[in-house]
Ligand binder design. Structure first.
Ligand SMILES: Cc1cc2nc3c(=O)[nH]c(=O)nc-3n(C[C@H](O)[C@H](O)[C@H](O)COP(=O)(O)OP(=O)(O)OC[C@H]3O[C@@H](n4cnc5c(N)ncnc54)[C@H](O)[C@@H]3O)c2cc1C
Ligand code: FES
Ligand code: FES
Length: 1316
């Protein structure tokens, strides 16, 4: 199983056997140019150091890191390096977390800082991304910018579709990608030519824009001829041979037992980290290995040729050279191999090297080249060469023989051969194959499509040894593909010979056997074409994703501008330039130390001993901080939470990855080794409980039910009763900035820089754990690189640990989790399980709903949402009788926590599922059923009094009287459904879908409409402390508020409110970081409250201030004076020109948010892969305070919901309880090419909210629920497939609907894979 790259590469290797020094010259330096400035790299740098480490060392912190695995694109930079064969300078986007620093010798790197900045001006790509609102939290934005810059530098022209393809490896959790795609597609060649870099890559001076980039294109080879060099690092040798002979000499000179590794792109280390080696042989300087050549017998590619370059050449020959039409198939498929930036760095030979050393790796390149008949040449250290087919190559032990791959030849293929390659994967791009295949059949078309000779049928992703399906090939050889018997015999042979291994991280063996069969079936259908019946022919093709597009509509409301003006976020430009600072990227402070958690390797055991002595003896290790160092209380939960959550485990550990202590070191590198050296022993090891199903073996913790009416009476009056169940698995928040905190001891206490959604909670938690008063703790929150609920209270694990360490060592300590640690230590969205019983009358009107919602809290029930969820089930529907019971189970998993719209999404979607069940059972149109059951105007929604009481208590007040219900004067849903029926052309499209499904057996479509009432509930006390200060001398305004800016645009909305209320231009308003001094006691930024309540308080403060100044103007006759004149005059007369405001009891109102979505999907029944073809959303945002911000919230939330319901699935090792999905290899949130291909968002027209802040409604969370429309649309597609299989009736659809789940539900059976 791939081990993700955990940055352990920074550890040192103590057992060194360095190769004999050959003819190589001992290099004294490594030079690298970054943004025009040349740097010397210490040649003794460990070979495992990555380019991004160096950039950060040079304080170029605009290049961000999220995964360190090549899986997120946050670290994208642009690199130019000279091809040693042609002398051409190639410029591409690459992942700086993958590129080995020593290998960058002579490279020119451009980082986001090199493009533009606030001093020299921004680059057009930065400007455009900002203008299009393509940045929210901004953590992904520099990587996005550099990705696009890479495209503009690697080619002279580009199409919209290429822009889209190029963005295949950059993740963004906030925006939903649509605005990023639109921003980049709008950039033309002329735009780039007119936009200058901040720094000239040649001179390092400010760019004047005079250079033509083509001038630099070619460097004479003679000028750049490399010399063989050797870098002697502390623990290893790094050879850079400049010729094949140098290479052979090095190989021949390796001492027996020396471990060595060839390095080309070094990207494979991110897939399987294989530790450190005695010798590294960097082959990139050998001209022959970079060669691309056309010869009579084929096209030749040197071993170092990047996958991207191979694709480029194949694209050319596929249309320009006879015998290479087949290469199109390879190019198409390789667009789905890794990502563009990985392919730019990684070589085809490196991919094969990876496959050879890890036979289980489902290499697409290997299986595709095998199918294409590639021939690989290798050489021994003697220089003797031999050629191999790919199967022969796989049988070799390259390491043992010290054999090196030199080149491959791709031969032409006869036009009589039908060649296809397949890749079945969990999302559209940048993820590994579940199953891949290559097939090549020579076919006599005229003779009933008879297979001539032996066909080739090869698969990957089955098991480490399986490649060729020989029995299947034999079953097809010489046979007519039009013969059903032949096909069935082949299917049987395949089922008999394929024996997939069964590992928790892979889809089940049954699925992989079935997909192997369906891929063969696709091949056969594709060959026989019109000889197959028209209904089955849809199985022949793969899904084709159209180029995406988007539309956005909203009212202009110009009368209140800048309030309501569609503007990009205030911080957008600096975010796109990498200037925006996060806790994770802040430059180190003096004497700063680094903290890394020591975590449990058992999920349910007693800690017998903890011994850090070996770690403490290691260089650069300063301290081990354990539970005994906690001077206060071992509880990170502050305020009034009923249960404690321990910072460090005391007696027992309850989940794999639970913090046991913190190792404190002088640098991050030292921490990896030290962490491993802390010896923890366990006894009383019990099997972990990992699922709700297992946990329910014990009685759950029951909460008070939401009860209304009399359900038993309701069932008695029902003529139809349905019962069922549904589960919904957890979700990782995937904030791009990991959990981070820096604690700096000062003379007056602690300065804390925290990535927290709730500064005052973090302040109190630190005070509680350290046993110190809150007034000695100053928490500052500038911005968060995403949060989505994970940083409400679970961020306190990191903050309190850093604080305990800082208290102990009396030095600044930063804790910033790596992605795998973040995904392991910190809890996710709670998994849920719902059982239900529903009664309706003959016309489908609801009579009674009874349900139990079970949530999995993880190992401690501190952040459970099911007590809230039960009140959200009503959504926009009416039913006289309800009984919905919440219950909570504990499992041996991390403490699950709030995640964007917690509780609400569960209540809402379980109710939608119930309605789907009823519609199916009653044979009714699902939308018609919903419309029948809509809540009437003046209806009421239940309130979760318990939660409101708790929140009030947290704010120090007792909620004595609370209403049971919230009255909804107008249920807008009915009108909104009517509106979307027209705007999305629903009826006509439904008919088209029905016709499509009738005529296609293997591709199905579904179209669903989902209404939503999202109950925005503000507790009676939800204080956000706002401060507005006017500077007397120039009239500029500074605002600070108690919320956290985490991408949702709180600062922008607040500034718009301030500018509007004060009557000043928006650009005179600045928003400063929140802190616990200026904005003391503020509540949590979560549940949509932050932007809403902070805007309210800033509005109120500004109103008070404006009233005071208006009175002053009146009194002093200053009506014709400008704002700066007025404020200065007021100041001079002793008028207070600052104001603060905190909302009082019940001042900010609750209200319902309405929304409707219509989603259409297309499903490939044979594989379970699907596309979201189109989504229309109509969202009630009231009178939007900031339409671009709100549209961004809608799009981003919807796509995050799409991930929740389809691709994102937590997986565990059932023995140890380890979460396998702890990185980007196995956990795949939606990428740019997964979003709805046609994405239309409208904010409801002319819908001011009389009780809302500035007449607006909140937008951050509700649209996530709407993504359940994808599930509902898929249900229709699956139901149609099941109908074709002769199975009708209700079926349970648990989410996430991963491709294997979908295919299984479609009841694909090999006996139905027929031609007629
Ligand atoms: C995020 C990510 C996603 C990926 N997704 C996919 C995917 O979807 N499908 C897929 O097939 N692959 C995928 N890969 C694998 C990727 O294609 C390889 O990592 C890459 O091609 C390796 O090339 P490299 O030049 O970086 O090799 P390196 O990392 O430099 O080397 C890899 C191995 O090959 C050996 N090697 C290198 N050159 C030679 C040579 N000349 N002779 C003999 N041995 C040699 C090395 O010793 C080493 O063992 C992914 C990788 C990453 C990081
Ligand atoms: S940090 Fe480099 S790809 Fe994620
Ligand atoms: S803006 Fe893309 S991850 Fe936040």
């Amino acid at each position: 199983m791939p081990t993700c790259f955990r940055r352990e590469h920074l550890q040192v290797n103590t057992d060194i056997r360095v190769a004999k020094i050959t003819e190589s010259i001992m290099a004294s330096s490594v030079k690298i140019t970054v943004n025009g400035q040349e740097y010397e790299v210490d040649p003794a740098t460990p070979p495992s150091t990555r380019l991004v480490d160096f950039l950060h060392e040079k304080n170029l912190s605009g290049t961000h890191v999220t995964c360190y695995q090549g899986g997120c694109g946050a670290c994208t930079v642009v690199a130019s390096f000279v091809d040693p064969d042609t002398g051409a300078k190639n410029t591409h986007s690459i992942n700086s977390c993958l590129a080995p620093l020593l290998g960058c010798n002579g490279w020119e790197i451009t980082t986001v800082e090199g493009l533009g900045n606030r001093y020299d001006g921004y680059h057009v790509i930065q400007e455009r991304l900002a203008e299009f609102s393509g940045t929210q939290c901004g953590y992904c934005s520099p990587g996005m910018v550099m990705n696009m810059y890479g495209l503009t530098q690697s080619s002279n022209t580009w199409t919209a579709s290429q822009v889209e393809q190029h963005l295949d490896g950059n993740l963004c959790r906030c925006t939903g990608y649509r605005p990023i795609l639109d921003a980049f597609k709008s950039i033309t060649v002329e735009d780039i030519e007119d936009s200058h870099l901040a720094r000239c890559p040649k001179t390092g001076q400010a760019c004047r824009g005079h250079c033509d980039k083509k001038e630099n294109a070619k460097v004479p080879v003679s000028d750049k001829k490399a010399t063989p060099t050797l870098l002697q690092t502390k623990d290893s040798a790094w050879h850079q041979p400049a010729s094949l002979q140098d290479l052979y000499n090095i190989l021949a000179g390796l001492e027996e037992g020396t471990t060595y590794r060839f390095v080309c792109g070094d990207t494979a280390q991110a897939v399987y980290y294989s530790g450190s080696y005695d010798v590294y042989i960097y082959t990139r300087h050998i001209p022959e290995l970079s060669r691309v050549a056309q010869a009579e017998d084929g096209v030749y590619f040197g071993a170092n040729v990047s996958i991207s370059r191979v694709m480029q050449e194949l694209d050319t020959v596929s249309s320009g050279r006879a015998g290479y039409a087949y290469a199109k198939e390879l190019v198409k498929n390789w667009h789905r191999v890794a990502s563009t930036s990985v392919r730019n760095l990684g070589s085809w030979a490196g991919n094969l090297g990876l496959k050879l050393s890890h036979k289980e790796f489902p290499s697409d390149i290997f299986i595709n080249l095998l199918g294409a008949g590639a021939v690989v040449t290798t050489a021994l250290p003697t220089g003797s060469t031999s050629t191999h087919t790919l199967e022969e190559l796989l049988a070799l032990d390259l390491q043992k023989e010290r054999r090196v791959i030199l080149e491959m030849r791709l031969p032409p293929m006869s036009d009589e051969v039908v060649f296809r390659v397949f890749k079945v994967m969990g999302r559209w791009t940048n993820t590994h194959a579940f199953v891949n295949a290559a097939m090549a059949f020579r076919v006599d078309k005229a003779n009933a499509h008879t297979v001539v000779g032996k066909p080739l049928v090869a698969y990957g992703g089955i098991n480490p040894t399986f490649v060729r399906a020989s029995a299947t090939e034999a079953a097809l050889e010489g046979k007519s593909l039009e013969d059903e018997g032949v096909l069935q015999a082949a299917m049987q042979a395949l089922a008999d010979e394929i024996k997939p291994d069964n590992l928790p991280q892979d889809p089940a063996p049954e699925y992989r056997i079935s997909v192997a069969q369906t891929l063969l079936y696709k091949m056969v259908l594709g060959i026989v074409g019109s000889a197959a019946s028209s209904t089955v022919i849809s199985g022949a093709t793969d899904l084709e994703r159209p180029e995406s597009s988007g539309q956005q509509e909203y009212d202009q409301n110009t009368e209140t501008w800048p309030l309501g003006q569609p503007i990009p976020k205030l911080e957008a430009r600096m975010q796109c330039a990498g200037e925006a600072e996060y806790v994770n990227t802040m430059a180190p402070v003096s004497e700063e130390l680094f903290g890394m958690f020591v975590t449990s390797t058992q999920a349910n055991a007693r800690i017998a001993s903890v011994d850090p002595s070996a770690a403490l003896a290691m260089p650069d290790v300063v301290a081990f901080v354990g539970v005994e160092d906690i001077k206060g209380v071992n509880n990170i939960m502050a305020f009034a939470w009923p249960l404690p959550q321990k910072l460090f485990a005391e007696d027992r550990v309850s989940y794999y990855g639970q913090p046991i202590g913190l190792i404190v070191t002088k640098n991050r590198g030292a921490a990896y080794g030290a962490r491993e050296a802390v010896k923890v022993t366990y006894d009383d090891i019990q099997p972990p409980v990992l699922t709700i199903e297992d946990a329910l073996q014990k009685p759950p913790i029951k909460g008070p039910p939401f009860a209304q009416g009399d359900v038993q009476a309701g069932f008695a009056s029902s003529t139809h009763v349905f019962e069922g169940a549904m589960s919904r698995d957890g979700q990782y928040h995937f904030h791009m900035e990991s959990q981070s905190c820096l604690v700096v001891p000062t003379d007056i206490g602690l300065d804390v820089y925290a990535s927290t959604q709730w500064a005052s909670e973090t302040q109190r938690a630190i005070g509680q754990v350290l046993g110190i008063p809150d007034n000695t703790i100053n928490v500052t929150v500038k911005r968060l690189g995403g949060a989505f609920g994970a940083k409400i209270d679970q961020c306190n694990i990191v903050a309190t640990a850093a604080a305990v360490a800082a208290q102990k060592v009396r030095k600044p300590v930063r804790v910033a989790l790596d992605l795998d640690a973040n995904m392991t230590i910190i809890g996710w969205r709670e998994p849920y399980f719902c059982t239900y019983k529903v009664g309706v009358d003959d016309s489908g009107v609801l009579q009674a709903v009874q349900a139990t919602l079970t949530s999995d809290a993880g190992n401690v029930a501190v952040d459970t949402s099911s007590p809230d969820a039960v009140y959200c089930m009503t959504s926009c529907y009416n039913c006289p009788n309800w009984e919905v019971t919440p219950q909570v189970v504990l499992t041996n998993t991390s403490c699950n926590t709030w995640c964007r719209t917690p509780g609400t999404v569960e209540g809402v979607v379980f109710m939608e599922n119930i309605l789907e069940h009823v519609a199916q059972g009653m044979g009714m149109d699902p939308l018609e059923l919903r419309r029948k059951n809509l809540m009437p105007d003046g209806g009421t929604r239940p309130l979760n009094q318990g939660m409101i009481r708790l929140r009030s208590l947290i704010a120090g007040k007792e909620a004595k009287w609370l209403a049971d219900n919230l009255t909804v004067p107008r249920n807008l849903i009915s009108d909104m459904i009517t509106q979307i029926l027209t705007s999305a052309n629903v009826e006509e499209r439904k008919q088209i879908v029905a016709n499509y499904n009738q005529t296609n057996l293997w591709k199905k479509r579904g179209l669903s409409v989902m209404p939503l009432l999202w109950p925005y509930a503000v507790a009676m006390t939800m204080p956000f402390n706002a401060m507005v200060s006017v500077n007397a001398r120039d009239g500029t305004v500074v605002v600070s508020h108690g919320g956290s800016e985490m991408g949702q645009g709180i600062n922008t909305k607040v500034a718009q409110c301030a500018a509007y209320e004060l009557g000043v231009p928006l650009d005179t308003v600045a928003v400063r970081p929140s802190n616990t001094h200026a904005n003391a006691n503020s509540e949590v930024t979560g549940g949509c409250h932050g932007s809403d309540v902070a805007s309210y308080n800033v509005t109120q403060a500004c109103k008070k201030l404006r009233a005071r100044l208006d009175a002053f103007i009146e009194e002093n006759g200053l009506v014709d004076n400008s704002w700066p004149e007025v404020v200065l005059a007021a100041f001079n007369k002793g008028v207070d020109i600052c104001e603060r405001y905190v909302n009082g009891w019940d001042e900010v109102k609750s209200y319902p948010v309405f929304a409707v979505a219509c989603t259409e999907v297309e499903l490939d029944v044979l594989t379970g892969q699907f596309l979201v073809l189109r989504t229309d959303i109509l969202e009630d945002a009231g009178k939007s305070m900031s339409p671009l911000v709100d549209v961004g919230q809608v799009e981003g939330a919807y796509v995050m919901g799409q991930g929740l319901f389809t691709v994102e699935k937590p997986l565990y090792d059932h023995d140890t309880g380890r979460r396998i999905t702890d990185g980007t290899w196995y956990y795949t949130p939606p990428a740019a090419l997964d979003i709805p291909a046609d994405f239309r968002v409208s904010l409801l027209h002319n819908a001011p909210n009389p009780v809302g802040v500035q007449s607006s409604k909140v937008t951050g969370e509700p649209p996530l629920c709407l993504a359940f429309s994808v599930v509902m649309a898929l249900r229709q597609a699956v139901a149609s497939a099941r109908g074709d299989a002769g199975v009708t009736g209700w079926f349970q659809m648990d989410t996430p609907l991963t491709v294997d789940t979908l295919q299984r539900l479609c009841l694909v059976d090999s006996s139905r894979l027929t031609i007629k």
